[in-house]
Design a protein. Structure first.
Length: 442
């Protein structure tokens, strides 16, 4: 089979694979845009392989089109992994709405273009794959692929970690990335992370952990040169710090709870620096920064009051544990001024999408529903006997869920709900809240 013949055969194969995806049930509006964009890209490629449009001897163009087809085929496979029931549909829908507003782009004519956000089940953890650039000449709109860990499909409290992944996606976009680079990079990268010398001096300072000092000495003895925190590494670290702050400001205290729950268990030594693959800063340094940010935002203070009884005690316990920083002074990499400037910079890029705390009454009401093993939504009965419902931001529902779970031992009566059941109730609340929002038009 000649190269051009194989290219045309591949076009037919990809077209067949795309048409076969139509037989699956993906839920309302979950795959229509994705399918249409894939079909549009395939149509543009197909036009270029018609007789007379390309010569058999044009091996370079054939190779490029084959690469485009291969990439398109990999996207089509993702449709197969987005069946209903593979992930939390109401959370995915909220995440999609956030992502479309955060990752909006301007085309060459200055017209806003939202990404196509597609959600799939995955087995490797929380990720968002954002197309860095338009992948080929056949593309029209960019894809943002949200990958949920299949084994945690019901655990919406942990899904708050997606705030960090949205940060990575934002850094690979064009519009919001420029704002972050101009407003946030200087704040966090202006002192200790400014150069090889300042960063490496911090690693080797007298206040550094003894284990790190021993690791640095072993590295130098083994490789015959001292370890240096190079610019490429510092840039990766800076991205992680920015994405952590992005997640906190987008999802609130629920992000810190999810961040700690997911990342801390795999870092028994929270201040360890992986000198061979230092792609991420030490977990303890990241946690210390988030705790510091919580205090600057005043989110370490309770929303409830003493008069709220057991709910107040539960919230106080959760916040105390979340913002407890057991690390040394060395782990506090940023000054309050640097962190405050970074927070303000990210908040300006979020344009009102950031987290807003619930009122005292709403926090008590949401946790109170969970105490009765009910989905945490805001409901009630009006004086005339009609039902009353209010809008609760889905991130406030997650916040209340973490307060309930973390403080359950102090609530009366003591809850017997498991962590999974708590998550399932919160997931149901997200679904009910979506219905309330649709009914009220909010």
């Amino acid at each position: 089979m000649r190269p051009l013949e194989f290219l045309r055969e591949e076009c037919r194969n990809v077209d067949r694979a795309l048409r076969e995806t139509l037989r699956h049930d993906y839920g309302p509006e979950l795959s229509a845009e994705f399918y249409q964009e894939c079909a549009s890209r395939l149509e543009k490629i197909t036009r270029q392989v018609q007789p007379g449009a390309i010569a058999d001897a044009d091996r370079q163009k054939i190779a490029v089109l084959l690469a485009d087809l291969s990439y398109l085929a990999s996207l089509i496979v993702l449709i197969e992994r987005s069946h209903l029931g593979e992930f939390s549909w109401p959370f995915a829908d909220e995440l999609r709405l956030l992502a479309k507003r955060i990752l909006v782009e301007l085309d060459l004519l200055g017209v806003s273009s939202e990404p196509i956000v597609h959600v799939v089940a995955d087995g490797r953890g929380y990720r968002i794959r954002n197309e860095d650039i338009v992948q080929s000449s056949s593309s029209h709109r960019r894809f943002a692929i949200v990958l949920f860990p299949r084994q945690l499909k019901d655990h919406v409290l942990l899904h708050a970690i997606f705030g960090h992944e949205l940060g990575h996606a934002a850094l690979s976009s064009t519009q919001i990335a420029a704002a972050i680079q101009s407003q946030v990079y200087p704040a966090l990268g202006g002192k200790l992370l400014a150069s090889d010398e300042t960063a490496t001096s911090w690693l080797r300072s007298n206040e550094a952990p003894a284990e790190l000092k021993a690791s640095l000495a072993d590295y130098e003895a083994r490789y015959g040169e001292p370890f240096v925190l190079l610019e490429t590494i510092r840039t990766l670290w800076l991205h992680e710090f920015i994405c952590d702050l992005f997640g906190l400001l987008l999802f609130g205290p629920a992000f810190l709870a999810a961040h700690r729950s997911i990342i801390e268990p795999s870092h028994p030594d929270p201040l360890k620096v992986d000198l061979l693959e230092p792609t991420h800063p030490p977990y303890g340094v990241r946690h210390a920064m988030l705790v510091q940010a919580m205090r600057l935002l005043k989110w370490h203070k309770t929303i409830t009051m003493d008069a709220d009884g057991d709910v107040h005690l539960a919230e106080l316990k959760v916040l105390t544990e979340l913002t407890q920083d057991m690390t040394s002074k060395w782990a506090r990499l940023f000054s309050e001024e640097e962190l405050d400037n970074a927070i303000k910079g990210i908040q300006s890029t979020l344009s009102g999408l950031g987290y807003v705390q619930p009122s005292q009454a709403n926090m008590v009401a949401l946790v109170g529903r969970l105490k009765r093993s009910l989905p945490p939504i805001l409901d009630g009965i009006n004086p005339d006997g009609t039902s009353k419902t209010e809008k609760a931001d889905f991130r406030q529902i997650l916040h209340a869920g973490w307060v309930f779970w973390g403080g359950r031992d102090l609530l009366e009566p003591r809850s017997e709900l498991s962590f999974l059941q708590t998550n399932q109730l919160c997931n149901q609340a997200l679904l009910q809240q979506r219905a309330i929002n649709e009914f009220t038009g909010t």
